[in-house]
Design a binder for this molecule. Sequence first.
Ligand SMILES: CC(C)(COP(=O)(O)OP(=O)(O)OC[C@H]1O[C@@H](n2cnc3c(N)ncnc32)[C@H](O)[C@@H]1OP(=O)(O)O)[C@@H](O)C(=O)NCCC(=O)NCCS
Length: 176
Amino acid sequence: MPILETSRLILRPFREDDLDLLAELMANPDFMRFSLGPYTREQTQSVLRKFLSWNQAGLPSQFAVIFRRNNKLIGYCGFLHQQVDGRDETEIGYRLHPDYWGRGLATEAARAMRDHAFSDLKLSRVISLIHPDNLPSRRVAEKNGMRPEKETVFRGFPTRVFAITRERWLAEHAAG
Ligand SMILES: CC(C)(COP(=O)(O)OP(=O)(O)OC[C@H]1O[C@@H](n2cnc3c(N)ncnc32)[C@H](O)[C@@H]1OP(=O)(O)O)[C@@H](O)C(=O)NCCC(=O)NCCS
């Protein structure tokens, strides 16, 4: 997995020794908004194991988001493998520590992931799965060039599917 750089962030593969910092983030109810609530250290460990196993298998995976200015791990952004209404999909997901919200950082990370998905990984499309009440996340998806595709129920929650295809990304890139 490569290391991706944006103007304010470094997006690097997760490592085993990220467990302490990731567990701290995932124990925070704000970080875990619109999900299953705060995670225990054990739950975080199994999430981290999943990301590391995708890394090892050469599959798209989540990246650790490092804020360049202070070199801190402030969240994650990257790929998840989901089945939505019977279809295999690659999702771009993101969560940041609340101290870092509202500065465009999730958008910066999500755009880097989208460009990586299409220019390096050659994926045909990527989606984001978002609770209809999660307005900040919806804005990030929109600013990432995604459009709302449909409403569904995902793991028991009402969910809006946002998507962008490689074709549209290429057309919009060519158009500048
Ligand atoms: C979703 C999340 C990653 C966004 O991070 P962020 O770095 O603050 O996002 P950005 O600053 O790039 O963009 C947020 C956008 O939402 C908007 N926004 C923030 N709060 C809002 C609110 N209450 N109502 C409407 N819009 C809101 C911001 O104004 C901004 O849009 P704009 O650029 O058009 O002004 C962050 O809030 C988070 O980690 N939330 C908890 C986890 C989560 O919900 N993850 C997504 C799961 S699908």
